[in-house]
Design a protein around this ligand. Sequence first.
Ligand code: UDX
Length: 432
Amino acid sequence: MNVSIVGSGYVGTTVAACFADLGHEVVNVDIDEDVVDAINGGEAPIHEAGLSERIAAHGGDRLRATTDYGAVRETDVTFLALPTPSNADGSIDLSIMQAGAESLGTALADKDGDHLVVVKSTVVPGSTEEEIGPRIEAGGDLTAGEDFDIAMNPEFLREGTAVEDFLNPDKVVFGANNERAYATIQTVYEPLIEAADGGVPVVETGVREAEMIKYANNAFLAAKVSLINDIGNVCKEFGVDAYEVAEAIGLDDRIGEQFLRSGVGFGGSCFPKDVSAIVAAAHDAGYTPQMLEAALTVNDLQPERLLDLLDGHADVAGERVAVLGLSFKPGTDDVRNSRAIPVIEGLRERGAEVVAYDPVATEEMREHFPDIAYADSGADALKGAHGAVVVTDWDEFAALDSEFDAMDEPVVVDGRRVVERRDDITYEGLTW
Ligand code: UDX
């Protein structure tokens, strides 16, 4: 098929490269000329395992990029993969989507034949039909259901394993309101479903349901992390190891063993933003989602609890404190909503001299905190420190050993259970 994808961020670029790899002719539309040139030159504009090979193989050939929305006219289906950031109050900001929808409508006005528009971005229920569809109509004086169909197809990929997650999903969700739309999107996904190991469950549902499934999926996982963190905090009060408890409860199939790692909380570009957006949307609709609000509250609490544990062993005012790990999870340089941000803020409020280290995310964190010190290794960060906190579960922190001897005050508060408890240092686990 001829497929267009508007937006070349994490989702758009991954989906474009994978669809090209599956045999479709793909064009990626983005306003950023550097991104467009990179893709046409066969270079990946972002780092994701398996992406650079695919863009090298298809970029400039079966996968093209352009800044011109007119390219969508040569295609049968357009995926909208534009960002949906948060407003200051946590609610969703649809302005980028709406502007993109209008440009898409203008381009589609001159197209003959059917066209399917698929919203890939995460949008609150109702947005596709009430905010995005009407903008496409307005942009090209078109009528939804006649000149084009609109569908919603959320994406569940994780950073770091985006290509693998896209090609081998747990499920694909097609939200549409007529048979023609289901049939088109089914055709786009056919090669993926055939190639995926062991087949893929297809969920055919309504547009609003598809929108909500994405939020429910992320909110459930985020709440699972906050629930095990809440339980973990209780464990800590009783001197109980939350990881032993988690291992046992994870054996119950109804609970499941994944997402039970308690610690300093969740970050990243999705969980905090999406939970806040669905909470704000629920409030607008007249409902207070208490569990989801609590998921955010517990997540905000964890960095403070980490620092309270440090306070119990060392007065850090005027002292050097090492922060180990800055990215929101290992394997990425992404610091968006990383728990390291509130940890560093809390340390600075206490008057500590922060020395931060991360194997890949230093430059990204420097944009948030240009005036703290950054070390070149975990060992350097620990030298002369009056305490250390572990914020990201990078494997290399597990190998730190004699490096702790170089600390002035060997106190380590581990927020991710990566450092071994040891006799020669004061070691505190956040929930164990
Ligand atoms: C997440 C979802 O997993 C994905 O399906 C969705 O499309 C986008 O959001 P991602 O943000 O890449 O993906 O990260 P993920 O690996 O899910 O981790 C999110 C955060 O939760 C990280 O900060 C991680 O450290 C934290 N986490 C995860 C825990 O604290 N404990 C756990 O047991 C699992």
